[in-house]
Design a protein around this ligand. Structure first.
Ligand SMILES: O=C(CO)[C@H](O)[C@H](O)COP(=O)(O)O
Length: 234
């Protein structure tokens, strides 16, 4: 069976965590999109009344088309549950996110939520984070200087040979620009043995807005399998 149907199974299972009246953070990426569409079907059927806050313009569009009622984030002082995908998940529920370039808004919403539920297919489960390049969101001003500092920071945090590359789009001549107007540096680390050091080192660089390591945020991980779903709670 395909990763796509595993993702769909995880997305359906996440509805168990949604109750009437909740404010729901809507993640980004293909798995989160399946959840948003499933949520839209429940709302349209009148089974659920919730308010969603999207983590990206793309998710906002998907939610509007699916019929999920949305509110601006400024109207919420808290969020009940954030449901999102991930690029990697380790055994301590640490994540790499940001493959779609939405990591900052995803992190703001996950951090504001009482509960973060992560949806993945089996391929996303890893023993050690880092095979997926770590996205680091940076201000465009001085990004080449910031990129050198990111390289040095990763070395200090124990990554032996990091490769830091600006993400590009279209014909690859222009940098990819996030919804917040930032650039993304994709950092091939191989393995991240000490996520806490990487977090602290990267956040100490002035040009770094945030990075795709989510530590101590996910409390529930739902893994779509071929014939079932595995729900893991911390
Ligand atoms: O962090 C993300 C976007 O910034 C996504 O959640 C992550 O890239 C997983 O995407 P997908 O569900 O398509 O595999």
């Amino acid at each position: 069976m395909s990763a796509q149907s595993q993702k769909a199974r995880a997305a359906e299972a996440a509805l168990e965590y949604i109750e009437d009246g909740m404010i729901v953070g809507l993640g980004s990426g293909s798995t989160a999109a399946l959840f948003v569409k499933a949520l839209g079907r429940r709302c349209a059927a009148g089974d659920l009344s919730i308010k969603g806050i999207p983590t990206s313009r793309e998710t906002e569009q998907i939610a509007l088309e699916a019929g999920v009622p949305l509110i601006p984030i400024e109207q919420a002082d808290r969020i009940d549950v954030a449901v999102d995908g991930a690029d990697e998940v380790d055994g301590g529920f640490r994540l790499i996110k940001g493959g779609g370039g939405c990591l900052l808004r995803e992190k703001i919403i996950a951090d504001a939520a009482d509960l973060m539920v992560v949806l993945v297919d089996e391929t996303k489960l890893v023993e050690t984070l880092g095979a997926f390049p770590l996205p680091v969101e940076v201000d465009p001003f001085g990004w080449t200087i910031t990129a050198k500092k990111v390289f040095d920071a990763l070395r200090r945090a124990g990554v032996e040979r990091p490769l830091v590359d600006i993400r590009r789009q279209g014909d690859r001549s222009e940098p990819f620009i996030t919804d917040g107007g930032h650039y993304i540096l994709d950092c091939a680390c191989g393995a991240i043995e000490d996520a806490y050091s990487v977090d602290a080192e990267l956040l100490a660089i002035p040009g770094v807005v945030d990075h795709g390591l989510f530590i101590d945020q996910a409390r529930v991980v739902i893994v779509g399998e071929d014939d079932d779903v595995k729900v893991m709670e911390l």
